[in-house]
Design a protein around this ligand. Structure first.
Ligand SMILES: Nc1ncnc2c1ncn2[C@@H]1O[C@H](COP(=O)(O)OP(=O)(O)O)[C@@H](O)[C@H]1O
Ligand SMILES: [Mg+2]
Length: 359
């Protein structure tokens, strides 16, 4: 199976530097998600890999063969054996489902029909749908057809550009899981582009966070979530509580009190991050110290979770004099929710992450 290597790949459109010095390795048979805000260069990067665009500089190598280099050598898109599922699925509207899936499948008609049947079964499409027209299908079914059509080319690499973004929440999760299983079962290396961090974290073995055309950080989903390099990546991958602190041998002094951190080397002023699920609240006993005690200022109830906003007393260790620390977000269950105005103690589970430490 093929191993994708991007080496210092760059692409600009006029004055816009869409992709800047991107270096990334994707292991054979693995799933990588490229995640980043809109306009960060994700689609451009996929189009460079697919061969719809040529890089200005850098090399794209698949399975040991160079597909493009900055000097102008290019293997054309249709000879790369790369499947591409674009953002909107882009089925041929004038072709039936069967003809869409079988588009580009070579061989005599009976053999093609058998292959289309196999592909339909593989992606979980009801065979009775093969005679339907694309507009008769739901969004989720259309995405399955697009996926089957891409798999029909027996690609060694599958590129998926926000393929689930048009689907509603439940279907999105189901289609994402089915797609992940499918590409892995087919032994196809997959690169998924999304602006949805939960989707990326759930889909991939490797996450590459893209920002302003560059890869800000690359790593395993849990490593990136727990140990982001900077505040932008921390907040992009989920809710984050970021506070100023003074570090001393694996401990941080901050307005939450004295808490453990994941860096035993650093000393002095730093910013540290906690995920809201690391924080717990309980009613404050009388006489509780100011640090780590707060007041509930807002309760946001969304069913399975309840997000409490707290104003915690005690000066932020490094805040300017008179500055109040930023409000704190804490997740609780509905049963654990406390009303606005309640005085609460905040406790922390697990170490805080020191930002700026290497992941
Ligand atoms: N064909 C193009 N011509 C000019 N600018 C483009 C073109 N394609 C993308 N861009 C610009 O490149 C940047 C990255 O775009 P894109 O790769 O589509 O980002 P994303 O997929 O992350 O939203 C944007 O500023 C976009 O406007
Ligand atoms: Mg895009």
């Amino acid at each position: 199976m093929s191993d994708l290597q991007l080496r210092s790949v760059a692409k600009h459109y006029g004055a816009v530097r869409a992709v800047v010095d991107v270096t990334l390795a994707v292991a054979a048979g693995s799933r990588t998600a490229i995640v980043g805000p809109s306009g960060s260069g994700k689609t451009t990067l996929l189009r460079l890999i697919a061969g719809f665009e040529a890089p200005d500089a850098g090399e794209i190598v698949l399975g040991g063969a160079t597909l493009a280099d900055g000097a102008g050598a290019m293997v054309s898109a249709h000879r790369r054996r790369i499947g591409y599922v674009p953002q909107d699925g882009a089925l041929f509207p004038h072709l039936t489902v069967a003809a869409n899936v079988g588009f580009g499948v070579a061989g005599p008609a009976p053999e093609r029909a058998r292959r289309v049947d196999e592909l339909a079964e593989l992606v979980g499409l009801d065979r009775r749908m093969l005679g339907s027209w694309p507009h008769e299908l739901s969004g989720g079914q259309q995405q399955r057809v697009a996926l089957a059509r891409a798999l029909a080319q027996q690609p060694r690499l599958m590129l998926l550009d926000e393929p689930f973004s048009a689907l509603d929440a439940g279907l999105r999760t189901a289609t994402r899981k089915a797609t992940a299983q499918l590409v892995t079962a087919a032994g196809v290396t997959a690169v998924l582009v999304t602006h949805d961090q939960a989707e990326a974290l759930s889909f991939a073995d490797q996450i590459a966070v893209m920002r302003d055309g560059r890869l800000a950080q690359v790593g395993r989903p849990m490593d990136l979530y727990l140990r982001p390099r900077d505040e932008d990546t921390a907040t992009f991958l989920g809710d984050a509580v970021i506070v100023s602190a003074l570090l001393e041998r694996g401990w941080a002094e901050c307005h939450l009190g004295r808490i453990a951190v994941d860096d035993t080397e650093r000393r002095g002023a730093a910013r540290i991050m906690l995920r809201p699920e690391q924080l717990q609240v309980a009613e404050a006993p009388a006489g509780a110290p100011e640090r780590g005690t707060g007041v509930v200022t807002d309760v946001d109830f969304t069913g399975h979770a309840c997000l409490l906003t707290l104003q915690v007393g005690g000066a932020d260790a490094l805040a300017a004099p008179g500055e109040t620390p930023a409000p704190l977000m804490v997740r609780t269950t509905a049963q654990g929710a406390l009303p606005v105005g309640a005085r609460v103690r905040v406790t922390v589970t697990g170490p805080a992450h020191v930002l700026g430490s290497l992941a």
